[in-house]
Ligand binder design. Sequence first.
Ligand code: ADP
Ligand code: ASP
Ligand code: MG
Length: 413
Amino acid sequence: MSLIVQKFGGTSVGDVERILNVARRVVATKEAGHRVAVVVSAMAGETNHLVDLARAIGGDAPDPREYDALVSTGEQKTIALLSMAIQKLGHKAQSFTGAQMGMRTDRSYTRARIERIDAERLHTVLNQGMIAVLAGFQGVDDEGNITTLGRGGSDTSAVAVAAALQADVCEIYTDVDGVYTCDPRVVPAARKVHRLSYDEMLEMASLGAKVLQIRSVKFAKRYGVPIHVRSSFSDVEGTWVTREEDVMEQLVVSGVTFNRSEAKINIRGVKDVPGVAAELFTPLSDAGVVVDMIIQNVGQDGTTDMTFTVPESDFVRAMTLTKEVANKLGAAEVLGNDSIVKVSVVGLGMKDHAGVAARMFRCLAKEGINLQLISTSEIKISVVVDAKYCELAVRALHAEFCEDGAAEPSVEN
Ligand code: ADP
Ligand code: ASP
Ligand code: MG
């Protein structure tokens, strides 16, 4: 008898009919002889609605404790409704909030980190043949304050529960039937990838593929939880995210991703002497701004330029801090641009293939797209381009690397 954790996202529980559909799927798994814990999100649109309410009263910076107390309520509705739906089908089910299931986090409201799950109660309930219906996205700190795990956090709740219960698999049910070579909403020619390693999925999620929250993949990798991403609306096999050894086919490029939510800051004419980068980036890091790409030009005449990217949501704050430092350092000017997009190609096979970067740059040049920044790691290449080229760049790269007839790079290591 296996233990299966199933997670259903917002669209999958978007209305009463869909909640009944989820109940039927959960019950079918139970009747096949498995123990089942189900993690659910808020009904589609509900969390956005709650966020809007918080902003309507609290402005841009509502009190974080009360914000979490509010936005966590969406999931509480869904667990109760799904438990009732399962009971209607003749099975025993009980709902659990984050606090009731023992989901302990730190106190970083709005982006809390899971510290541990006190899972005895869940084990007891499952051993009694009950279906446990768990609220995703929420937890409690050691003093009982309600916390949330960041947008998309129910994925992380599900994988963490699967790790704590030592489940055989964590099934993520959503509105697509797997992880695709690119967001199918933007590239209709995208195709489903059957298996991905944790590292590839981590890169894809970090670079913009929102189908899984990044932290859920980190957890899965750390605890070796196999993830199966699949559709709530069909039975077809989805995408398995597993250990690298289990991924037979190592594609040179397994996906193309984009992230429209970054902004670029350029500081010009700073003195080319030791300590300047430290002076610039320390205030940003102290303010909790996560800097992504950093490029420094070769110095000329004793001065240099630096360019870096930050999340768009931190752009205004980061510009103010950078201007303050620029004044102190006597820099010539600070320029900002938030209409950029970061486009990336990701693939394990890049480790053993040269020529991917050159091919990527040729492909974008053919479309007349100028590259503003470039960064690479072992299994990804990212470029920053003008936001207006997002779709063109993504589709061209997808055709180049992921569609039929996409030739292998000419040079191999
Ligand atoms: P849920 O509400 O079930 O958590 P999400 O909206 O968070 O669903 O994630 C599913 C969405 O992720 C899909 O509808 C799709 O548009 C988007 N997506 C982005 N990149 C990819 C990708 N590479 N493969 C599949 N889906 C992707
Ligand atoms: N309901 C939360 C959100 O919309 C968590 C989730 O769906 O994963 O972000
Ligand atoms: Mg999601």
